[in-house]
Every structure is written in C-alpha cells, then in structure tokens.
Design a protein around this ligand. Structure first.
Ligand code: HAM
Length: 429
C-alpha cells in the first residue's frame, strides 16, 4: 500500500517554497506600509463560531467544514480567517486598548470542496482585517492596497476589481424580501439547494454556480436600488475615493459572495488572464460591521479581505531560485572531517551559507555536488592541507585555486563570500 497526501492537499517542496516565500514577504512588507501587523490565531475553533458567523445556509458551513468532536468540544478546522480573528479581537477586548486595529494573517485554511486547478481542500490565504473605522476611506484604501500589491508588489496584471454594496442590516432584509418575491414564482426552475434556501437565504441563489440558478438570476432585482440614504452615501464615498486613487473598478450588483457576514461594501479581484479557469477570483473581501457585536463585543465596524496564495502564485511571473551555499567544504579523509565541521561553524557565525560534505569519498564527486548546488567556493581539506596548516580554496566560477592559512580561513572566505554577494548576478570577476 502506498500512502499518499490527502486528496486536495498539496506538498510544497523546497524548490517551490522559494516562490511562496517571495510572495509572503511581498505581502508582509506591503501591508506593513499601511499599518498592518500580524495576528496568529488557532487553526481549530469551536464549530459554532463558524456556523454562526459564516452562516448556517452557506456552502462552507453546510458542506465543506472539517468538523469533529473531541474531549467534549465540537471543533472545526478553520475554513477562513475572519471569524477567528474577530473572536480574538472580542476575547482580548482589543477595542479598550486602541480605537483602530489593523491585523494581517497568513496561513492554511481547510474546505472540503471538489478539488480542481486553483481549488484545494487545504489552501493558503493571506488576509487583513481592519477594526474600528466605519468610513468609506477605509474601504477605498484597502482596495488600493490590494491592487498595488498585486500589480507592483507581485507583478500580476490583468486584474479586474468588482464592487458592490449590500447595505446595512435593514437593507439586506428588504433585499431578501424582494428576492423571495422574485424567485418564488420560478421556484421549480431553481436547483435543489436553491429551492431549499429560497425562504431562508435567497442571496445564496445569486452566488450559485448552477446553470439553472444563473439563468433564473438574470432579471433579479438590484440591491443598489434598495440602498437607504446612509448606505448609498457610503458607497458613493468609496467610489469617489477610488476615483481619486485612479483605481478602476466595475460595479457588479449581482456580486454577493459566499459568506453571510457582509454588510455594505463587497469586492472581488478577478484575473482576466484565463490561467485559472473557473477559479478566477484571487481576492475576496468586504465590510462586516455587525460581527464584533454579534460575538458579544461592542459595536465596532470592520472590513477585510483574503487572497488565495496558490491562485496568485499561478499568476505571479518570474522564477525564484533557491538560495545557494556560498561555500562548500569537502573533507577528503576521516582525519579532516572535524576540522571541516569547525570551519563550517565559524563561517556560519560570520553569516555565510555553508554545506559540509559528510559523505566521505572522492574529491571529484564532492566538486560535482558543489557545482550542482551553485556554490561559489569549494574548500578542499585533505591530509596534505592539514599537515601544512592550510585549506585549498577553489573558486568554482573563476576556475582559480589558492591556499589560505587554516587559522585565517573563516575570515578570508567570509570576506570573499561578501565580495561575491555584492557583485551583480552574472558579473565576471
Ligand atoms: P473567500 O472569498 O471565501 O473569503 O476566500 C478568499 C480567497 O481565498 C478566494 O478569493 C480564493 O482566492 C481563495 N480560496 C478560497 N477557497 C479556496 C480553495 N478551496 N482553494 C484555493 N483557494 C481558495 C474569505 O475567506 C473571507 N474570510 C475574506 C474576508 C476577510 N472577508 C473579510 N475579511
């Protein structure tokens, strides 16, 4: 029997991890400029947190959560990051410490969806949540932050920003009634899921991928016509600020998103490149002004987003290669291995990336390995070198070789490695 990774869950081997690290670093640096600091919350939460916040009649809660009972608790492996962060915000009474909080996070999420390209059962999200600012400036600034991260930070073009407003709770209730009235006469033409959800959560019909629901949704009433004065003013403010920031967007009144907690502004970033097929949404987010209060906290408005890291990596141009060792140490006999270990340690203490070949054996194989790793220098330590108190240093790119006193070898090699690192790539010495 062969044991394989769980379906829909991927291994990321070191060759690939270099690109992940580049994306993660770009994300962290970018959002830090906007004031976001990292929060880390548990991967397991009480199931009730997700079912109440995300919504009992959403696909995520009805079909996709990994839930189990253990030690008397009903637990769920987090399908997203927003509910857990909000739970932590309330639990630690963060609102009493500062009026506005900006949190970022990055990590694995779990949803039992049908795996496809860009859709996995364990996938990674990077996201931000902003608490305590109800104004449209926050919405526009967040959207601009995401777009500049994708465009400038990651080099991803062909991105469309889709924008909608769901209004506050009162508007949603009126919209719900309007949708029930609209869909009820054609109930038989809807998918089974949608027929079941019609009374409770007709917004989900607009979000359904089923062709029957899509067809039925075509003439559905637009939420934008139902917005009250305050909602409409907020939405107009978001649009005005986006215009001032030169952010182009498409207002899409059918955009409802798959989670129930949203109020007012909703947005998605979609790639038009075709590389991701049906999984073209790379970022989703919006306002959720009622969640903190719903969790037993004070009335604190919030807005946030999350981006799918695997999807963005498919679109991110450029190879990122693994870091190479600057120095490869090749001890040629048992007698030399201890000295090789000491040299390795001393070079690392000077900040140099070093690999010591512990396999023993022939110089030729060790040099081949040093070359394959892309090392700059190979230090050869044989019995002859030890007797004379020197190390032979082979400059692998320059094809030169010299001897360095063993006592100075760490200092000399560290200096050479530094000089090498400061040369532009490919520059001849
Ligand atoms: P979401 O739209 O469910 O929103 O997910 C955000 C992004 O995560 C998606 O646009 C997609 O790129 C990625 N994603 C979702 N599911 C998968 C999957 N199965 N495989 C690969 N990638 C996936 C949220 O999760 C909200 N918490 C966003 C948010 C934060 N809203 C407010 N604050």
């Amino acid at each position: 029997m062969e044991l394989r990774a769980v379906k829909g869950m991927n291994d990321i081997l070191p060759d690939e991890a270099a690109r992940w690290q580049r994306l993660e670093q770009a994300f962290r640096e970018h959002v830090a400029r906007y004031g976001y600091d990292e929060v880390r919350t548990p991967i397991l939460e009480h199931t009730a947190l997700f079912s109440r916040q995300i919504g009992e009649t959403t696909d995520v809660v009805e079909k996709e959560m990994y839930s189990f009972a253990r030690h008397g608790d009903e637990l769920t492996v987090r399908p997203e990051g927003t509910a857990g962060a909000a739970r932590a915000y309330v639990e630690h009474k963060v609102h009493t410490k500062e009026p506005v909080s900006r949190w970022s996070y990055l990590g694995p999420m779990f949803r039992g969806e049908r795996p496809a390209k860009g859709r996995y059962r364990q996938f990674y999200q990077a996201g931000c949540e902003l608490y305590g600012d109800a104004g449209p400036l926050a919405d526009a600034e967040m959207i601009e932050m995401i777009l500049s991260l994708l465009n400038q930070g990651l080099g991803i073009g062909n991105i469309e920003v889709r924008l909608n407003s769901l209004g506050a709770a009162g508007t949603r209730a009126r919209y719900r009634d309007a949708l029930v009235a609209y869909f009820t006469p054609m109930k038989d033409k809807l998918s089974e899921d949608s027929q079941r959800r019609l009374e409770k959560n007709p917004l989900r019909i607009l979000d359904s991928k089923d062709p029957r629901d899509r067809e039925a949704s075509k003439g559905a009433p637009s939420i934008l016509e139902l917005l009250d004065e305050a909602d409409a003013a907020h939405f107009a403010g978001v649009r005005r600020h986006l215009d001032a920031l030169d952010v182009r967007y498409i207002v899409d009144p059918t955009l409802v998103r798959g989670l129930d907690y949203y109020t007012r502004t909703l947005f998605e970033f979609v790639t038009t490149s075709g590389d991701l097929g049906a999984q073209s949404t790379v970022v989703g987010g919006g306002r959720y002004d009622n969640m903190i209060e719903g969790l037993g906290g004070p009335s604190v408005p919030a807005i946030g987003f999350a981006m799918g890291i695997e999807r963005l990596l498919t679109l991110m141009p450029g190879e990122v290669s693994r870091e190479r060792p600057a120095v490869y140490v090749a001890p040629l006999s048992d007698a030399c291995t201890s000295r090789a270990l000491v040299l390795g340690r001393d070079l690392r203490a000077r900040g140099v990336r070093v690999e010591v070949d512990g396999r023993g054996g022939r110089l030729k194989a060790m040099l081949r390995r040093a070359d394959a790793l892309g090392a700059k220098f190979c230090v050869i330590l044989g019995d002859g070198e030890l007797e004379r108190g020197v190390a032979s240093v082979k400059d692998l790119a320059g094809h030169k070789q010299d001897e360095v006193p063993l006592a100075d070898a760490a200092d000399v090699l560290a200096a050479r490695a530094r000089a090498e690192a400061s040369l532009p790539p490919g520059e001849a010495r």
